[in-house]
Design a protein around this ligand. Structure first.
Ligand code: NOJ
Length: 558
């Protein structure tokens, strides 16, 4: 067992804009977070991952940073941040900051300088190219629709932006830029923060010559030329030598398009790069051939295959991160569970399913309350740049059907996860005394933290119990994973083994009861049920051959 604190931890992600507003301007802020630290401590989380709080014009809600060493006015001040760090540490919790260095804001001083002239000292901090035949330098599309290039009149060249045109990509080939980034990281770590979540960190190295995606389309997905690019491991190893290795911290890299063989390099056991990465493979199971908005139903069979592949392939070679939602993904209970009749049962089932796997679990704010997706009738009620760009391209310019696209937004839109946290049943769910920047989900009277913390059978307390179990049993952290009941159409079941102990995890992913026959060497009769999402009444016999709708049970065999 290679014991590490970041393997034993549970991380809680805060999207500050939507977490808690302390000053009534309708926008969550750092003081708001501080006011809820006891809530997080009671839940039992070890690490808080804070989505970006740096200075930003908010084209992409803080993922477009104009000053890495200052705080966004709407969120507060550096003193507030220092206070947050201090108060987290006083409670025995840690702080992981978001590091967004694939791109900056176009309002960052580096870019303001870079666009002035071709010979500006900062020019090479970004990726500039002349046009080709009166068009963009290549045919890549951005993650947020349209070309990944923007023409800049001043110097008559294009700059690359894999996200919005206000998020120009940084040129990692430039050693001076890399040094500036490392210095900035050290500055934060010297302050005492405990780690970084690295935004799309596997996009920092682009293929030599920036070739167009093949097939001759005017605009096309060029991911093969910028995901897991040629120098990415070299850069991360350098970052590790220069910065990360000097501190006892936790690092997780967001890595779209990374395979398990990429992952065992990024998250290698020798610790030369990062501790773990976020895979997207399970998040892509409900996307059709045309990508995210081309929604298709996900299949349990595929979920088993993908999750198990990551468990097996990283065993002994790396470390997994475990998540089912975040600020970019729809709400887990709406996507993989049932957000109506079985909302509570399925939220607990999904939590069990995830927290019992091998890896570090991440909880996204409101997940512990079973918060759900939202349906806004009006496109104007959405805020997300990804949604608006896509809507403009497909409906306003492309003539596609409005209601079909709205349906896709209901299932996949990022704002599903960004509606304000539902604290209580007062106006605006207790999130703000003003007008919230994004409307509150109208179900807040039924689903909120005040209700959850007053009900010992709530999803919140179920998470608390799951987290406690992790502290109690090594096997939950370090046990080896094995899939069982592979062909079962309703149940996702697996075991974890450590020394002479075995954990059996049974989760029903459907709203019908599900019968099962366990492998012959597993006998539940003498096993201890350590957690389950249905109350077992005194003297009641639990059916050892059947699960109720969305039932989850975890047994410890000795
Ligand atoms: C991934 C972040 O999680 C997402 O919110 C953001 O839009 C992009 N990277 C660009 O920074």
């Amino acid at each position: 067992m290679d014991k590490k604190w970041w393997k034993e931890s549970v991380v809680y992600q805060i999207y500050p804009r939507s977490f808690m507003d302390s000053n009534g301007d309708g926008i969550g802020d750092i003081r708001g977070i501080i006011s809820k630290l006891d809530y997080l401590k009671d839940l039992g989380v070890d690490v808080v991952w804070l989505s970006p709080v740096y200075k930003s014009p908010n084209d992409d809600n803080g993922y477009d940073i104009s000053d890495y060493q200052n705080i966004m006015d709407e969120f507060g001040t550096m003193e507030d941040l220092d206070e947050l760090l201090k108060q987290l540490h006083e409670r025995g919790m840690k702080l992981m900051m978001d590091l967004v260095v694939n791109h900056s804001s176009d309002e960052h001083q580096w870019f303001v300088e870079a666009r002035k002239s071709k010979d500006n000292p900062y020019r090479d901090y970004y990726i500039w190219r002349p046009g080709k035949d009166g068009r963009e330098p290549n045919n890549w599309t951005s993650f947020f629709s349209g070309s990944a290039w923007e023409y800049d009149e001043v110097t008559g060249e294009y700059y690359l932006h894999l996200f919005s045109k206000k998020q120009p990509d940084l040129n990692w080939e430039n050693p001076e830029l890399r040094k500036e980034i490392y210095d900035m990281m050290k500055w934060w770590l010297d302050k005492g923060i405990d780690g970084f979540r690295m935004d799309v960190i596997n996009l920092i190295s682009k293929a030599e010559g920036l070739p167009s995606a093949p097939g001759g389309k005017r605009y096309d997905w060029g991911g093969d030329y910028f995901m897991n690019g040629p120098r990415v491991h070299e850069y991360l190893q350098e970052m590790n030598r220069e910065v990360l290795s000097k501190f006892d911290i936790m690092t997780v890299g967001e890595c779209p398009g990374a395979s398990t063989s990429d992952a065992v390099k990024y998250a290698n056991n020798e610790g030369t790069e990062l501790n773990m990465i976020f895979t997207f493979e399970h998040m892509d199971l409900d996307s059709g051939p045309d990508g995210k908005w081309n929604v298709k139903p996900w299949k349990l069979r595929d979920l088993k295959e993908v999750m198990s592949k990551w468990q097996y392939k990283l065993e002994g070679n790396g470390w997994n991160s475990l998540y089912l939602n975040n600020h970019d993904q729809p709400r887990m209970v709406s996507r993989f569970g049932n957000d109506k009749e079985y909302r509570v049962e399925s939220a607990k089932m999904l939590a069990t399913f995830l927290h019992m796997m091998k890896g570090t679990p991440y909880i996204y704010q409101g997940e512990e309350l079973g918060m759900t997706n939202v349906h806004f009738e009006n496109i104007e009620d959405y805020n997300d740049i990804e949604i608006h760009n896509m809507y403009r391209e497909k409906v306003l310019e492309g003539g596609e059907d409005h209601s079909e696209i709205m349906d896709a937004i209901y299932v996949k839109g990022r704002d599903n996860a960004r509606t304000p946290v539902q604290w209580d049943s007062s106006p605006n769910a207790g999130f703000t005394t003003g007008t919230p920047w994004l409307k509150v989900n109208p179900n807040f009277q039924k689903i909120n933290a005040a209700k959850a913390t007053a009900d010992s059978d709530s999803i919140y307390y179920y998470y608390q119990k799951l987290i406690n179990l992790r502290k109690q049993y090594d096997i939950i952290v370090y046990g080896k994973y094995d899939l069982i009941l592979e062909e079962h159409e309703q149940i996702f079941a697996y075991t974890r083994v450590l020394e002479n102990k075995k954990l059996v995890v049974l989760t029903n992913f459907t709203g019908e009861s599900a019968a099962f026959n366990l492998p012959e060497d597993i006998h539940l009769e003498s096993a201890e049920l350590i957690i389950g999402n249905y109350q077992v009444r005194e003297g009641e016999m639990v059916d050892l051959s059947k699960l109720k709708p969305y039932e989850a049970r975890v047994y410890l065999l000795k």
